[in-house]
Design a protein around this ligand. Sequence first.
Ligand code: ASN
Ligand code: ZN
Length: 320
Amino acid sequence: KLRDQRSEHADMTPGTAGASGPFESHALTDSGEPCCPERRIHDGQFKAALPGKLIRNEGDPPTGDDDVDRAYDGAGDVFSLFAEEYGRNSLDGSGMPLVATVRHRRNYNNAFWNGTQMAYGTGDGEVFRTFLELSVIGHEMTHGVIQHSGGLIYENQSGALNESIADVFGSLALQRRLGQQVHEADWLVGRGILGPGVNGAALRSMKAPGTAYADDLLGKDPQPWHMDHFVTTTDDNGGVHINSGIPNHAFYLFCNYIGGRAWELPGRIWYRALQRLNNPMATFTDWADQTLAAASELSGSGSSETLLLRRAWKLVGIGI
Ligand code: ASN
Ligand code: ZN
């Protein structure tokens, strides 16, 4: 089962150590912007050792190995989201290489950031069929960004925020690749990755948390979208993949209220809030406050955008 695997393996818990500013860079263009990713994609050969065998280096042509090429292209899209939209040079803000391993272990039903690199299972072909989908790649890589932005402890509310922020930028990477407006996006995380044994479209839905799947194998999608249904549990590090539905839905609502392209103003606000947040133990309320402060800085404290953000948080039961 997915949740058991998550709690069994310490290597799946994103770390919280280390922080560096977003504007320290190695690879810069002449105009001072972050430039180029340094991707290194490995074959795990169905074994547990990381990183495995190096298959595709930065600048190498496509290999014809679908897993490798999808990991490479996805890492490029996520690098470009953070670099071009938010001025961040890689996950650590300083141009760190994007190291990934595909075919990690056998029948492995998960993907993760281990504090240093991304790793993707192939799935068992029944519950999951792949993890190489852009919103998932973006999700895992965002755990790296969070780690290098002061971190969010991976349990309870701070852990659910860690999960939610990973979903937000994962979804934004996908929406940006597809050139979608807010209203065109499906707001699904992990669309198409579920196997034939599961009845569902995706792993999570930001638009309608709790409705992504309903099945015997995985159970029903457990995510709430309102604080009234916040789940108190010791499973899943205190429900980090469950309660993330609440801040996910607040982000979705905000984007929906203002329209346009979600990776622009909403993404900038979420990114700035992450850089402002200096609290690895932050609660949902702390995070909402930081997003409102970021919105005030970017749009003005009395702006309609800031007002609509406050409304979005209120609708999910956070704030007055
Ligand atoms: N795929 C999971 C995630 O990135 C692995 C984990 O539980 N950390 O959230
Ligand atoms: Zn995660």
